[in-house]
Structure formats: C-alpha cells, structure tokens
Design a binder for this molecule. Structure first.
Ligand SMILES: Cc1cc2nc3c(=O)[nH]c(=O)nc-3n(C[C@H](O)[C@H](O)[C@H](O)COP(=O)(O)OP(=O)(O)OC[C@H]3O[C@@H](n4cnc5c(N)ncnc54)[C@H](O)[C@@H]3O)c2cc1C
Ligand SMILES: NC(=O)c1ccc[n+]([C@@H]2O[C@H](COP(=O)([O-])OP(=O)(O)OC[C@H]3O[C@@H](n4cnc5c(N)ncnc54)[C@H](OP(=O)(O)O)[C@@H]3O)[C@@H](O)[C@H]2O)c1
Length: 457
C-alpha cells in the first residue's frame, strides 16, 4: 500500500473537514495527517468569528472535536506557517500540503475619512469580542451613536453585539474584558447602512429576526425604503428568504416605536460616501447618498446627500484573505489561485503537491457547511494526482516535533487543547457560563502545556 503523508495548514472547519474526508475516502493509501495551526486553539472562525450569543452554531465545534478526538490526526498548535514552518520544510517531510488558512482581516473600503479615529473594521471588532489572542484587549466603546456599513450577516452580528445589553451576553462564552467593555458602553443608537434595498440584502432571515428579539432595543425602519421596483417585487415573490425578510421588515414598519433605551435603525438605499471628522481627526458623522433601484437588482445614485451624526463607524463590507510565504496569491480577490483546489502558478499551471480549501480557496463567502463540499472537491483532486506528489527526503513522523523543538517553537498538541478546553469550561462553571475564554496567547500555551496556571487565565 502506498503512503500519503499530508500537511494541512489551518485548523478551521475547512482544514478539519479535509482531514476527515481524506481519512474516510482514501482507498489504497496509508494516510498520515499533520495539522498545523498558528493559534493554540483549533476551529478557526467557529471559535473566533461566530458570535458568542449563537451557541447552536458554536456547537458545530462538537462535531469538529469528534474528528480530532478520533486520534488519527496530529495537531501542531501555536505553529505559524511562514515563520515557524516553511514551504521548504513541508516539501522535505510530506507528499503534499493543503492550505486552509481562511480569512481574518477586513476588505478595504476606500472612502474619504476611513482613516479617522473611530473608524473600525468589523473583523477586528469580531476578533476582539470573540477573544482572539492577537488583537488588543481593550476596545474604545465610547460612542453613543454608531454606524455599521454593510448588509451581510457580519454587519448584523456587529450591530447586535453593539446594541445588546451586556448582561444578556453574560451567559455566553464572552471573555471578561469583553463583558466589562460592553457593559460600560454608552451606545443608544446603531445605524445600519445597506447600499441596496431590502430585497437585495445578503443577510439571512433568522439573523434579521433575532435583532427584533433584543430586550430594550427598538427596531426602526423608514417607509420610504419600501417603494419596491419590479425586480424587488419579483425577488420577494420568488425567493423564499427574501420573502421572509420582507415580512419581518414589514412587521417592524407597522409596530409603533416604543421607548426602549436603545434603537437599531436600518437604512436601505443608503450608500456611504464619506466619514466626516472634526479638527482632532475623530469621526463625527457619516455622509451617504440616497440610491434608487435600477430595475435589475442594482441601484443608481440619486445625487441626494444625507448625513447622520455618529462617533464611530464599523465597516462590515466583507473579509479578505492574507498571502502566505512562497505560495501564490491573487491580491485582487484575496485568495490562493486554484482550479478546484489545485494551486496554480502565475502561468495558470498546476503546482505539484499544493492544494487549497475553504475561504482561502474560494473567497470569504459561505457558511461552515460549505467548507465540507469544498474539501471534498480538493481531496478528490489530491487523491487522483498521486503521480505528481512530492517525494519527501525525511518522511519520518518524528522529524517534525524534533524540528519544532530545535527551533524553540512552543507548540501544543491535542492533549494540550483538551487541557485548555477543560480549563476554560471550569472557569465558566461557577458563574453558570458556557466557558470563559483564555485570551493572551502565552496564557493559552501555558495552560495547554500544563505549566503553572497564570493569574490572568
Ligand atoms: C464574523 C463571522 C461570523 C460567522 N458566523 C457564521 C455562522 O454563524 N454560521 C456559519 O455557518 N458560518 C458563519 N461564518 C462563516 C464561517 O466562519 C466560515 O464559513 C468558515 O469559518 C471558513 O472556514 P475556513 O476553515 O476556510 O477558515 P477559518 O475558519 O478562518 O480557519 C482558518 C484557520 O487557519 C489558521 N491560519 C491562518 N493562517 C495561518 C498560518 N499562516 N499558519 C497556520 N495557521 C494559519 C487560522 O488561525 C484559522 O484557525 C461566520 C464568519 C464570520 C467572519
Ligand atoms: N449567522 C450566520 O450564519 C453568519 C454570520 C456571519 C457571517 N456569515 C457568513 O459569512 C460570510 C461573510 O459575511 P459578510 O457579512 O462579511 O459578507 P457579505 O455577505 O458578502 O456582505 C457584505 C456586505 O457589504 C456590502 N458592501 C460591500 N462593499 C460595500 C461598499 N463599498 N459600500 C457599502 N456596502 C458594501 C455588500 O453590499 P452589496 O450586496 O451591495 O455588495 C454586502 O451587503 C457570508 O457568507 C455570511 O453569510 C454567516
């Protein structure tokens, strides 16, 4: 039987599903898989992106954990591809690699004033409220009025976390610093801007409906946003999701505005054009152009400019992938150029032994479940490409931990993750919380390695 020694970089859902599918589907191969993850914890955006008040989705971690707990995949946590381990190392030790490194940063929004103090990327804010170890521990929540740009699910997550009362987030796994930060927030108004209409939003009905269920938050929509054109009317009658979204919005339209202490305003046909600032370089308002439907699902500007006073703007206009050392990168789309997961060079030729899956393969759109079908496609090519795999000089499994030790990398493994997981759950238990995340990277590593538990952890 031939041997396939595979390295997977990234222990998010895409990397874990790829490992699982390969181990199930491989016929006639003796497969061994090493999973390299830059963080001391696995699960990627399921741990560090999915909102803490979505425990059902966070529960997908249970299925991913079952895959890791089977024991046939080795994890090397706290190992960064590009510095701790390189492409040359992987070629020396493996037959092939799959990159599943996802996306963690914000897509750029090139508007005047975007650099002002008080202008934030949604991805950074998400990383903060989900306790990512590589972002600052404090967040400047000082604004009473806030703008959120975008009509995707991330925009709704950000708006909900900003508008929700911190006490209602306490039973979740939010870290303590996040609870304290949100508790002190003086926010009263969150304004969400969609450049198109209610029939062209990217968010989903469940996530929209959830906004209306927040305690002590009034939902505000404007009658002028519901003068639908033919394309919108067709979308509402033919697309079930849009039909439900319209129904939810119409119900808020009819609801009398209450006297809640916080308000969430949904502005449609509102295309932000500028972040307005004061003489100290701080955001004071968002300027936008009123748009109107173009009859084909798009919009055109009307030339009518409006302004709303805000002290912070969150840009939730999509995520973007990051380049990896010695791996081709398409900077226009933020992905690794590939054909169905086979990585391509600058001349569109397949690079032997190199594959991609998940968000870094097809861009930052789609749900966790989509990474499974993605991984299936990549694995099918990997398996049939056997003739072009690398021939490693040092295929011994022991060589990798030795190499990492030699380089002084404090790597963690599956037992280490079990230690950290149990520690976080135990921290939350006395307070009736799902878990309390350990945030500083060094503390995560120390707990994983069974070293003395740091006071901050
Ligand atoms: C804010 C937010 C909320 C979301 N909520 C939901 C939801 O509720 N439901 C849903 O179905 N989907 C949700 N999604 C989408 C879902 O998170 C993605 O579909 C999925 O996580 C993509 O998986 P991935 O494995 O490709 O990438 P990721 O989950 O990003 O995993 C990539 C992994 O690679 C690691 N990595 C990156 N670079 C390196 C490197 N150089 N070396 C080593 N490791 C590296 C990262 O640390 C990470 O662990 C959400 C997305 C976002 C942004
Ligand atoms: N609960 C969940 O299931 C959940 C939670 C979070 C994320 N996710 C998933 O993760 C993926 C990424 O979500 P996302 O919200 O980051 O991306 P997204 O769904 O692509 O939404 C991006 C939004 O930004 C808007 N936008 C882009 N450029 C803009 C500009 N210059 N000016 C104004 N608006 C602009 C887009 O408007 P246009 O449509 O007009 O381009 C769109 O409304 C999605 O598949 C999402 O469903 C799921």
């Amino acid at each position: 039987m031939s041997t396939l020694r595979l390295a997977i970089v990234g222990a998010g859902p895409a990397g874990i599903y790829a490992a699982d599918i390969l181990l199930r589907e491989a016929r006639g191969f003796d497969v061994s898989i090493d999973l390299f993850e830059q963080l001391p914890a696995p699960y990627g955006l399921v741990r560090y992106g999915v909102a803490p008040d979505h425990p059902r989705i966070k529960g997908i971690i249970n299925a991913l954990r079952d895959v890791l707990d089977r024991g046939d995949i080795r994890i090397f946590g706290n190992v960064h591809f590009g510095s701790d381990i390189t492409l040359a190392d992987l070629k020396r030790h493996y037959n092939a690699v799959i990159f599943a490194t996802g996306a963690i940063r914000d897509a750029e929004l090139g508007l005047p004033g975007v650099e002002l103090e008080g202008s934030y990327g949604a991805a950074d804010f998400v990383s903060w409220f989900d306790g990512h170890p590589d972002v600052p521990r404090t967040w400047p929540l000082t604004a009473e009025s806030v703008a959120v740009i975008g009509n995707g699910n991330v925009a709704l997550d950000v708006s909900r976390i900003l508008a929700k009362h911190a006490e209602d987030l306490l039973p979740t796994e939010i870290p303590d610093n996040v609870y304290q930060g949100l508790k002190a927030s003086p926010v009263t108004d969150v304004h969400v801007f969609g450049r198109r209409g209610p029939a062209q939003v990217k968010f989903t009905p469940l996530e929209l409906r959830e906004l209306g269920e927040m305690r002590d938050v009034d939902m505000i929509v404007a009658d002028e946003d519901f003068e639908y054109d033919e394309a919108s009317k067709t979308a509402i009658t033919t697309n079930k999701q849009i039909m439900v979204i319209d129904r939810v919005l119409q119900s808020w339209r009819k609801r009398p505005v209450g006297n809640a202490s916080r308000r969430l305003h949904l502005h449609f046909y509102a295309k932000p054009t500028e972040f307005v600032g004061d003489e100290h370089g701080r955001v004071t308002a968002i300027r936008y152009e009123r748009t109107k439907p173009d009859g084909q699902g798009g919009v055109v500007g009307t030339g009518e400019m409006r302004e709303i006073a805000v002290q912070a703007v969150y840009r939730a206009v999509g995520y973007f992938g990051s380049p990896l050392a010695d791996v081709p990168f398409d900077d226009r789309h933020g992905v690794i150029p590939n054909h169905e997961g086979q990585i391509l060079d600058a001349d569109n030729r397949q690079l032997p032994g190199m594959y991609a899956t998940g968000w870094i393969k097809r861009g930052p759109v789609g749900l966790i479940g989509h990474t499974k079908s993605d991984a299936m496609e990549t694995i099918q090519h990997l398996v049939t490409d056997q003739a072009s795999w690398w021939s490693p000089e040092q295929p011994s499994p022991d060589a990798i931990p030795e190499l990492l030790h030699e380089r002084g990398v404090r790597f963690t493994d599956l037992d280490g993750w079990h230690n950290l997981d149990a520690h976080e759950i135990a921290l939350g238990e006395p307070e009736g919380r799902a878990r309390i995340k350990v945030v500083p990277r060094e503390d995560m590593v120390a707990v994983s390695l069974g070293e003395e538990t740091p006071a901050t952890a």
